[in-house]
Ligand binder design. Structure first.
Ligand SMILES: *Cc1c(COP(=O)(O)O)cnc(C)c1O
Length: 388
């Protein structure tokens, strides 16, 4: 791979996997199995649980975008995280950040713990990780910026500690996507993605990725991959491959909208807090400037009463009240009953995830329409919640 920019990497297919007819849109190889050329022969493809040309093309693009040696495509982001957990054995200890995607926390608590893996929780954006490290600590797992509170962890600084102790650093890079941030370059060992979000980008498919830079980890993950069988289907691989082609323009536009919306929301009467890492006063602003090429399109805000929050959700029209993020349409979510319903209450409260917190995944609509939508919604919400 030449030293192309991230924008160009979104467009570059793996020439070694080129379609023999020269198709620019890589074909969907909707085949479960592949014929052998003879005894002991293989075209490189035997069975789609192990490899599939369309999926491999996608994996090649994602590996290039994350500067990894390999990317593995899964049927969901959660399947990706669950497969990574299979790298560990009973008695292993993992330090997880305290502000994580709710599904990951559920996986760790409901499944990994039962399998004998120990967890402890730390605020990696503020605390020094050293105090949490034990003799059996095998990994540190985090997201940055976090969901939904946008806490930012200095990946490079943390990786110096984990590397010196032989601990694997795992970063869920879903929120910024490889277009804005490359954790492997900052010292992380494994990157995880929900491909459902910015990579797919159109709210039309579920997928996930693991990207690695170490051959031994890759070999082990490939064994787990073909054994468990949670690989991404050919059609969904094609959808995400297609989504990635516009990753750069979608993210640039969504980020531009997010910055304008953050500024707008800050000026609104009932908004008590706007949490966006691209705002100057945000505690993670300087780290973001150092380790990422952008601030992303996710933004969280707090209003002055739970009634006002609910009135906003009841009255959106252009904006969808829906879970998920990273697509072309703007979505609003209520973390306390949606993404973070599974997070223990004490932890939720410590992180400030209250019934007044709303999260936006900003899309690529016209910014004036988004602002007009909020003007209207705020007006109605004010009428519906007198004196609140
Ligand atoms: C959505 C999400 C996941 C899980 O991905 P799915 O594709 O929904 O399984 C993991 N991490 C983060 C940060 C997410 O936003």
């Amino acid at each position: 791979m030449k030293n192309y920019s991230q924008d160009t990497k979104c467009q570059i297919l793996n020439k070694e996997l080129a379609d023999r007819w020269g198709a620019i849109s890589y074909p969907i190889y909707q085949s479960a199995t592949f014929a052998h050329e003879g005894l002991g022969g293989s075209t490189g493809y035997d069975y789609t649980r192990m490899q599939n040309p369309t999926r491999q093309q996608l994996e090649s693009v994602v590996a290039d975008l994350e500067n990894g040696i390999d990317a593995l495509a899964y049927s969901s982001g959660m399947a990706a995280v669950a497969n990574v957990m299979e790298l560990f054995s009973p008695g292993d200890h993992i330090i997880i950040d305290e502000d994580l995607y709710g599904g990951s926390i559920r996986l760790f608590n409901e499944i990994s713990k039962k399998n004998g893996i120990e967890f402890s929780v730390a605020d990696l954006s503020r605390e020094n990780v050293t105090g949490a490290i034990r003799d059996n600590t095998k990994a540190v797992y985090l997201e940055t910026p976090t969901n939904p509170m946008m806490n930012v962890t200095d990946i490079e600084k943390l990786s110096k500690v984990t590397r010196s102790k032989g601990i694997i650093l795992i970063v869920d890079n879903t929120f910024l996507s490889p277009y804005f941030q490359n954790p492997l370059d900052l010292g992380a060992d494994i990157v995880v993605h929900s491909g459902t979000k910015f990579l797919g980008g159109h709210h039309d498919t579920i997928g996930g990725f693991v990207v690695v830079k170490d051959e031994k980890i890759d070999e082990r993950l490939r064994l787990i991959y073909k054994t468990i069988g949670a690989g991404l289907a050919p059609f969904d691989s094609w959808l995400i491959l297609r989504g990635i082609r516009t990753l750069s323009v979608r993210l640039e536009r969504a980020q531009e909208n997010a910055i304008k919306l953050a500024e707008y929301l800050k000026s609104k009467e009932h908004v008590t807090r706007v949490i966006y890492p691209g705002l100057l006063g945000h505690p993670g602003y300087e780290i973001m400037k150092k380790q990422a090429r952008g601030f992303g399109a996710m933004l969280t805000f707090e209003v002055d009463s739970p009634e006002f929050a609910r009135a906003i959700l009841d009255n959106v029209e252009l904006i969808y009240f829906a879970e998920s993020l990273g697509g072309t349409e703007t979505l609003i979510t209520y973390p306390i009953t949606q993404t973070h319903a599974e997070v223990p209450k004490a932890l939720r409260e410590k992180n400030g995830i209250t019934d007044r917190i709303l999260r936006l995944s900003v899309g690529i609509e016209g910014i004036d329409d988004l602002i007009n939508e909020f003007e209207r919604v705020f007006e109605v919400a004010e009428k519906e919640t007198p004196g609140k």
